[in-house]
Design a protein around this ligand. Structure first.
Ligand SMILES: C[S@@+](CC[C@H](N)C(=O)[O-])C[C@H]1O[C@@H](n2cnc3c(N)ncnc32)[C@H](O)[C@@H]1O
Length: 275
């Protein structure tokens, strides 16, 4: 099954979110698994140190390379190779296209594993990027205190595109960015009139063709008004370009994670560094 590993100093902050809603249900139903791994467990000294002062001086601390690299070695020895990402403000912006690519890839046995390294402090030692062939991902042009929220965002965006994760797989097809050049259309539900505001009459007409045309026009108008950077001209291909992977997810981990929920349930790494 598709497997995410989030390397973080704060696994307990993430665990509750993974229990809820679509993510919780997808995990329970065996559509995806998420390991939360505290790389402090791989620190080499008795104080479990994972950070140190920056060479050259200046404020803040830097994450040391050894615990993170040892953690990745341990993880891959156990589960096999992962596609490795580090969350960084300066990374490639995380977009729906990549979420879709990961959902497709992770539905195949060869590419079913994705690693997400959540930084803290000033970030991690630069040498890790090349040593671990890390791809850098950014959640946006702002700075968080850690990569945990960004990692959760990636896990959620990908998981909801896995076949069977949503109540109706077609929901993802009408979402914003499933066609990279379109936002979603507006949605309404009961009551028909609320505080004097009426639902657009076309949606009550029962004419599905008309409704479809209206929705497409609304989506285009909305995109032009709110995100002119997205709209391509001319927009020739109405409807989403993204199609969810059709194959049912397969067990992608040769080491068979046996429903591992988190590293807390797992034996400590063989070198048991924290004594
Ligand atoms: C305080 S930030 C470090 C910021 C770093 N000194 C810089 O300016 O690029 C600590 C960690 O939060 C995470 N982070 C912060 N903002 C992020 C963003 N926009 N996208 C992804 N991760 C982010 C990264 O993992 C980063 O290592």
């Amino acid at each position: 099954m598709p497997l995410f590993a989030i390397l973080t100093l704060f696994p307990d902050a993430l665990a509750p979110y993974l229990e809820e809603s679509i993510l919780g249900s997808a995990r329970q139903r065996g559509l995806v698994e998420v390991l939360l791994i505290d790389f402090r467990d791989f620190a080499r000294d008795r104080h479990r140190t994972v950070d140190d002062r920056p060479f050259g001086g200046g404020p803040g601390m830097v994450l040391k390379p050894e615990p993170i690299a040892d953690c990745v070695d341990w993880l891959e020895a156990r589960y096999g190779a992962f596609r490795r990402f580090a969350l960084c403000p300066g990374g490639r912006p995380f977009r729906q296209e990549l979420a879709a690519e990961l959902a497709r890839d992770m539905s195949t046995p060869e590419r079913g594993r994705t690693l997400l390294l959540a930084g803290r402090y000033e970030g991690f030692d630069e040498r890790l990027r090349a040593e671990l062939a890390l791809e850098e991902l950014s959640l946006g042009d702002f700075v968080l205190s850690g990569g945990e929220l960004a990692a959760l965002a990636v896990v959620e965006a990908v998981t909801r595109l896995l076949p069977g994760a949503l109540g109706d797989d077609r929901s993802a097809l009408q979402d914003s960015f499933s066609d990279p050049a379109l936002l979603d259309c507006p949605h309404y539900t009961r009551p028909r009139v609320w505080r004097g505001r009426e639902v657009p009459p076309v949606l009550l007409s029962g004419d599905h063709q008309k409704i479809e045309v209206w929705r497409r026009e609304q989506a285009r108008d909305r995109t032009r008004a709110r995100r002119p950077d997205l709209a391509r001209a001319p927009h020739t291909e109405p409807g989403p370009t993204y199609r969810p992977p059709s194959a049912a997810p397969t067990d992608a981990s040769p080491a068979s994670p046996t429903q591992t929920r988190s590293p807390q349930d797992e034996p400590r790494p063989a070198h048991e560094p924290c004594t």
